[in-house]
Design a binder for this molecule. Structure first.
Ligand SMILES: Nc1ncnc2c1ncn2[C@@H]1O[C@H](COP(=O)(O)OP(=O)(O)O)[C@@H](O)[C@H]1O
Ligand SMILES: [Mg+2]
Length: 255
């Protein structure tokens, strides 16, 4: 008889996301802007990371490369251990649509569709039936406190409401990882707090991994780790403190 408790402690942890020696530059006229100069980053399941750094530091570029919206010039982006450069276009699109959820600074909702439809569309593109997509979209919007706003179009929503719809849309295909680019950057402080409140709650509840670029110190403080982008490189700012970080350590104590 083996009465050893079951444990997963010895299983290797494959990061949900890993970046290895990622470089990205832009050419502008005769000058070269070296934005990412060798980025290494690893995020495991359930881990949440705040990405901070001054405007122009390359946070959006890093998120675009991570979200497979732009290819790095050098280096590799791994999703669940798989190198993205090996993926064909269909696989890359599928990963972008189903493995990752992206929240932009501006909600980027489709203006001609209702909140409900905006959350249904990605599910239907991924192959879900209309009724099931509607049911899950309703569930997500209700969680975001938008039960009474489902039929509204983006123009009929406040900035905070539209951003909550955008978060629901990013979660519609149950991604493994949420990427958000200054999701509260365009909101006033009160609205910002409400939006990041639901964002943090849902990330914690679902055990999602997240990489969130933000200037909001309170939002950053709710994450497990904080990393800063400076001169094209990442620096780890802080790995201790905060309940979120403790929760992370309890889950991944062996790492
Ligand atoms: N498509 C592009 N073409 C040329 N330069 C770009 C492009 N995208 C970003 N940049 C430049 O790269 C730098 C980093 O930009 P960005 O990633 O948007 O920074 P952040 O999100 O931290 O403000 C900036 O100097 C910006 O002007
Ligand atoms: Mg940016």
């Amino acid at each position: 008889m083996n009465d050893q408790p079951e444990t997963t402690a010895k299983l290797p942890v494959i990061p949900v996301l890993a970046l290895k020696s990622v470089r990205r530059h832009y050419v502008q006229g005769k000058s070269i802007i070296d934005v990412l100069r060798g980025i290494d980053l690893s995020i495991v399941a359930g881990e949440t990371v705040a990405l901070v750094g001054p405007s122009g530091a390359g946070k959006s570029t890093l998120l675009h490369v991570t979200g497979l919206l732009e290819a790095p010039d050098e280096g590799e982006v791994f999703l669940n251990g798989a190198p993205s450069s090996d993926m064909d276009d269909d696989t890359r699109t599928k990963m972008r649509r189903e493995y990752l959820g992206f929240v932009y600074q501006n909600h980027n909702l489709q203006p001609e569709f209702s909140a409900l439809e905006n959350v249904m569309i990605p599910q239907m593109i991924a192959g879900k039936k209309k009724s099931a997509a509607a049911e899950y979209a309703e569930y997500l919007l209700e969680k975001m406190g938008l039960k009474d706003r489902m039929k509204h179009r983006p123009a009929q929503l406040s900035g905070g409401e539209a951003q909550r719809v955008a978060i629901a849309r990013a979660l519609a295909n149950k991604p493994h990882m949420l990427l958000a680019d200054e999701p509260t950057g365009n909101l006033d402080p009160m609205t910002s707090e409400a939006v990041f409140g639901v964002l943090v709650d849902i990330v914690r509840e679902t055990g999602l991994s997240a990489l969130i670029a933000t200037h909001n110190p309170e939002l950053a403080d709710c994450m497990d780790r904080m990393i800063t982008l400076r001169d094209g490189k990442l620096e780890e700012l802080d790995t201790l403190g905060m309940s979120g970080r403790i929760a992370f350590k309890q889950r991944f104590i062996q790492v």
